[in-house]
Design a protein around this ligand. Structure first.
Ligand code: SF4
Length: 288
């Protein structure tokens, strides 16, 4: 039985799923750790789960912090992180309180009609016909929209969400900069859910009959399997187009390496370009 998370599915790359199957990676970068702490704190503040009778929100934040960062010491630097966690979670709570939410961190799985596959997801917060997804970044991408639409389709088929539904992605990365969260809201109705479902079914069917097939796309820039994939693509005889693409990407990567030191980690919005720096990767896009 293959278990595939929706976030892995969104690479839409069979080879990525094969790597994940045979070689799962736990990403433990600081951004992931903070992201996990933020999700946990929001969950505890909204659901009341794990909160003792006398616990304040600050107590809960410290408890999450010490759990997520084992070995952390109480001090001024830790205080900074606690303040950030609390500000972000309180902003999320303000938004949640305006919506008819009934469940938090709802885990679900659906097989899209395949016997040997389970696609799994976690809805951060949901109500009868509303779904919320928290993001700790501040930059909307198309993958986020796809993610909530796949979630909504699965939840609808499972009888947990009524359609049409309102789907919001809440970008909390704006809060530490002193701004309110950025909210992107989409809707989905039954006919769109059927389209999403057929798309996922076609992809899964292709994946199951053609595993280890690379699909080069923008997602490759953030794929943790990129360093091995390059070799796999090169070693295998999959046609020159794919190899050419990789070669072009390698050249672009060398160029990026030359300009990358000028940028710090994160997203830089410039007059004409948006520059995204993540680890060794630098992605430059035109703004318009
Ligand atoms: S780098 Fe791209 S092609 Fe290779 S496994 Fe990752 S997503 Fe697929």
């Amino acid at each position: 039985m293959k278990r595939i998370s929706v976030t892995s599915l969104l690479y839409w790359c069979p080879l990525h799923l094969d790597y994940l199957d045979q070689f799962p990676l736990e990403t433990t970068g600081a951004a992931d750790q903070i992201g996990s702490a933020v999700h946990d704190l929001i969950y505890r503040m909204l659901s009341g789960d794990g909160t003792g009778f006398f616990d304040t929100e600050e107590d809960v934040a410290w408890s999450v912090f010490l759990e997520k960062f084992p070995g952390a010491q109480v001090g001024p630097l830790a205080r900074q992180v606690i303040d950030e966690l609390l500000a972000v979670a309180k902003a999320a709570k303000r938004i949640a309180e305006t919506l008819p939410l009934v469940a938090y961190e709802e885990k679900f799985e659906h097989n899209f009609g395949f016997e040997n596959v389970k696609v799994v997801g976690i809805a951060d917060a949901m109500g009868e016909n509303v779904l919320l997804d928290w993001k700790t970044g501040s930059f909307p991408t198309d993958s986020h929209r796809q993610q909530v639409k796949v979630y909504a389709t699965m939840l609808w088929r499972l009888g947990k969400l009524r359609l049409p539904a309102s789907l919001s992605v809440v970008y909390l990365g704006t809060v530490p900069k002193g701004d309110e969260p950025l909210v992107r809201t989409f809707t989905i109705d039954e006919s769109e859910a059927v389209t999403v479902e057929s798309f996922v079914q076609r992809f899964l069917s292709d994946y199951l009959s053609n595993p280890a097939k690379p699909r080069i796309s923008d997602h490759c820039l953030f794929c943790p399997y990129g360093r091995w994939c390059k070799r796999t693509v090169r070693d295998s005889d999959r046609g020159s187009a794919v190899r050419q693409l990789w070669e072009m990407q390698e050249k672009a990567y060398l160029l990026q390496k030359q300009i990358a030191p000028g940028f710090t980690e994160g997203i830089h919005v410039m007059e004409e370009f948006i520059v995204e720096k993540k680890g060794d990767y630098l992605r430059v896009r035109r703004k318009w």
